[in-house]
Design a protein around this ligand. Structure first.
Ligand code: DX5
Ligand code: ZN
Length: 216
């Protein structure tokens, strides 16, 4: 599955860019939320998510919450109507509390881990997740280069999920293009977040089609 990250879309033409991706068969978008503290950048707020769901009710909104002020930020995006929410392992001392919160609010659950966090850290939470987001760049900005060491981390995560007898999809985010999609797919990823490659390379339709060919 390809989940375009709108971070690198044209903010003055967001709905145009989103429509172009939907017409190419996309049914989930990855919306990057940055708080200026957990990561040194800012992006969108809950109003964008509300507007997104009002305009595209059949399309899934996946929130990648790059914030460690979860008490304030997380409920805002739940109330805004997101379908999935992934918070960072590194952002809270109490992941179980937030996993239960999301479950109680009928939001599908993801946990994100930074490239510097040992993969083993998410093991205790796997059984309560709908997907794991393995960051393939340090979060904060689009347009960065895929970190090669992600490949062995993906294999480790895949084996860990298997050892737990779970069937949990692994998502990758950061520097994904045709080449790194193939590499991470072969290492076990099944959901691919793609920003610049889709939105900063001419025709959105063409870019999505190229990626779909590799994602089988
Ligand atoms: C980085 C974000 C990513 C990013 C992806 O902090 O989580 O979703 O926008 O963009 P590209 O594909 O350009 O790396
Ligand atoms: Zn992201």
């Amino acid at each position: 599955m390809i989940a375009p990250s709108i971070l690198n879309a044209d903010n003055m033409h967001l709905s145009r860019d989103i429509k172009a991706a939907i017409e190419s068969g996309i049914d989930r978008f990855h919306i990057d939320i940055m708080d200026g503290y957990f990561v040194p950048n800012l992006s969108y707020g809950p109003e964008l998510v509300k507007d997104f769901k009002r305009s595209f009710p059949l399309t899934e909104a996946e929130i990648h919450l790059m914030s460690n002020n979860l008490k304030i930020t997380l409920p805002l995006f739940v109330e805004a109507g997101c379908d999935l929410l992934e918070f960072h392992y590194e952002a809270t001392d109490n992941p179980s509390y937030w996993l239960k919160y999301l479950k109680d609010h009928n939001v599908r659950r993801g946990m994100a881990i930074n490239p510097s966090t040992p993969v083993q850290k998410v093991r205790p939470f796997l059984k309560d997740l709908d997907q794991v987001l393995l960051m393939t760049v340090k979060p904060g900005f689009g347009g960065q280069k895929f970190e090669e060491k992600s490949v062995e981390r993906l294999v480790e995560l895949k084996n860990m999920i298997k050892a737990e007898n779970l069937n949990l999809p692994i998502e990758v985010d950061g520097g994904i293009d045709r080449e790194t999609l193939k590499i991470s797919r072969d290492a076990g990823a099944t959901i691919f977040v793609v920003g610049s490659y889709i939105f900063k390379n001419g025709s959105i339709e063409d870019q999505v089609m190229k990626l779909k060919k590799e994602d089988k």
